[in-house]
Design a protein around this ligand. Structure first.
Ligand code: GLN
Length: 540
């Protein structure tokens, strides 16, 4: 019988509900439970796939090709289990399901309403996401009091009544410290819980985000006003590394209280692997500076998994990884001098034309100056364009994503380059932005003797994809002749997956996204190798 732990947030957004949920999931897993993590997002987009990274941060891609909320990335980094499209539901998707059923006549002529039809569908989706896990942690996006969250809160309220004794409500709030008054303020927490109780949810545990431990007296006051037992009012302090959170929550007694309240007898916890991660973060033996040349550099959340992957590589190599974010348009304006003193260059994935020439210039700089280069997805495509233009003599080489009729479409939609009649004739005009991508985990064959093979030590790997454009095989011969090495191919051998340069200390660009499978405890071979190469350059 699955137990459910619902995590809501109050007072303000961005309190770190995702990290708190993922950390609790991790501790419970360490205590022997099978854990499933689920995120409910109250916005109306069917999935975040079409949302701008500026709005929503990164789109996290799952193994099965779902475009999901970035919190799912935290889940996979903290909990050793794979998430799928069953682990993230939005209001849009819930309504889509209900409306489809209504059109099929499944409601037998009834009037379809928020309660019970939407709330029933929410519950069905939560159960589906839970599968046969011992514990399902269900994070409700948004903040209590938002209009959009109401159906979700009503659904989890109902679950609490129907599955009495098997549900637990954890509420994350803020206890601010008012400098002028010199004290911590509990009123926002009281109000937030009042709001929650007014819709019928009595929280069992309060996680109070604070800059310093909430004193005994304040905790008792909160307990009194919110009807939560004092031991279950916990402080969650700011930490400099998110990987300290599992240990911090455990030390506050969170997992013990959760186990008690759910009537579970669990073996003792061993968090040694998290302690090792934190130890590596805190005691680096050197540092490297990596330039990340992209277009969403003003919003750290836009490259969440990538930032974390570089940190993971730092953990594996005992290096402090400094990331210098460089807007590729700045390179267009100021030139590549901006890259002068970095140890390595990374060009991440991206969409749209803005800043592309700056990324191409960064790839060129890395190639010519023998600076370690990692290109991911668009970062691979610009490396190919750069090589075609400046080494293979294919002037005017470009991707058809950015130029309508480039002289040499070295990157193009498959439908554009696979036709015999002519490359540009079949340009698909009707691309539905939500549905034409190569998405999710796919097999990739690594050529023996290549750098990529050396990195993975494997012949076949699986990595996740999220892109529409591909390396154009019609240019394969010309580019290979000019020295570009295509060192990995899709499982069926038809699509180029990795390019590299032989005459370079470390130049690798891949069509897939390795950042979605890197974790703090296990790292990822590609990032580890990249940071090692950066470190070597740093040492001179
Ligand atoms: N815009 C490119 C494409 O669609 C690259 C996508 C990406 O970097 N994720 O192919």
């Amino acid at each position: 019988m699955t137990r459910f732990i619902f995590i809501t947030g109050g007072v303000v957004s961005s309190l770190g509900k995702g990290i708190a949920a993922a950390s609790l999931g991790s501790i419970l897993q360490a205590r022997g439970l099978r854990v499933s993590m689920i995120k409910m997002d109250p916005y109306i987009n069917v999935d975040p796939g079409t949302m701008s990274p500026f709005q929503h941060g990164e789109v996290y891609v799952t193994d099965d090709g779902a475009e999901t909320d970035l919190d799912l990335g935290h889940y996979e980094r903290f909990v050793r289990s794979t998430v799928s499209r069953r682990n993230n539901y939005t209001t849009g998707r819930i309504y889509e399901n209900v409306i489809r059923k209504e059109r099929r006549g499944e409601y037998l002529g009834g009037t379809v309403q928020v309660i019970p039809h939407i709330t029933d569908e929410i519950q069905r989706c939560i159960e589906q996401g839970a599968g046969d896990a011992d514990v399902a942690l269900v994070e409700i996006g948004g903040t209590v009091g938002d209009i959009e969250s109401l159906p979700f809160l009503e659904a989890i309220r109902q679950m609490g009544t129907e599955k009495r004794g098997r549900c637990l409500y954890v509420h994350l709030t803020l206890v601010p410290f008012m400098g002028a008054a010199g004290e911590m303020k509990t009123k926002p927490t009281q109000h937030s819980v009042k709001e929650l109780r007014s819709i019928g949810i009595q929280p069992d545990i309060l996680l109070c985000r604070a800059t310093q431990p909430v004193p005994e007296e304040e905790r008792r006051k909160i307990a009194l006003f919110t009807n939560v037992e004092p031991a279950a009012v916990m402080s969650v302090l700011d930490v400099d590394s998110i990987y300290k959170v599992p240990r911090a929550l455990h030390e506050e007694g969170l997992d013990t209280i959760v186990a008690d309240k759910l009537g579970l007898e669990l073996p003792a916890v061993n968090l040694a692997d998290w302690d090792a991660v934190v130890d590596a973060v805190e005691h680096p033996e050197g540092e490297v500076t990596i330039a990340m040349v992209g277009k969403y550099v003003n919003l750290a959340d836009a490259y969440m998994s990538l930032n974390e992957s570089l940190r993971h590589a730092g953990i594996q190599t005992r290096r402090k990884v400094n990331i210098r974010y460089i807007d590729s348009e700045e390179i267009e304006r100021q030139g590549t001098e901006l890259l002068a003193d970095v140890d390595a260059i990374l060009v991440p994935g991206g969409f749209g034309e803005r800043g592309v020439e700056g990324k191409i210039a960064a790839a060129r700089y890395a190639r010519e100056n023998k600076v370690p280069y990692l290109g991911i997805c668009l970062g691979m495509q610009v490396a190919v364009i750069e090589y075609a233009r400046n080494v293979a003599g294919l002037h005017g080489a470009h991707s058809t994503e950015f130029a309508k009729h480039p002289e040499h479409p070295v990157i193009a939609l498959i439908t554009e380059w696979m036709t015999e009649e002519g490359i540009l004739e079949q340009r698909s005009q009707d691309s539905d932005l939500g549905g034409t991508m190569r998405l999710g985990s796919q097999q990739c064959r690594l050529m023996p003797g290549s750098l990529i093979h050396d990195v993975y030590h494997k012949d076949v790997i699986d990595e996740r994809h999220r892109h529409r454009y591909e390396f154009n095989n019609r240019y394969r011969e010309a580019l290979e002749k000019a020295g570009l090495r295509i060192s990995a191919w899709s499982g069926d051998g038809s699509l180029a997956e990795v390019v590299e340069l032989a005459e370079h200390p470390w130049f690798l660009a891949c069509q897939f996204h390795p950042e979605f499978t890197s974790t703090p405890r296990d790292g990822h071979p590609l990032f580890t190798s990249f940071v090692r190469a950066a470190s070597k350059r740093h040492a001179g």
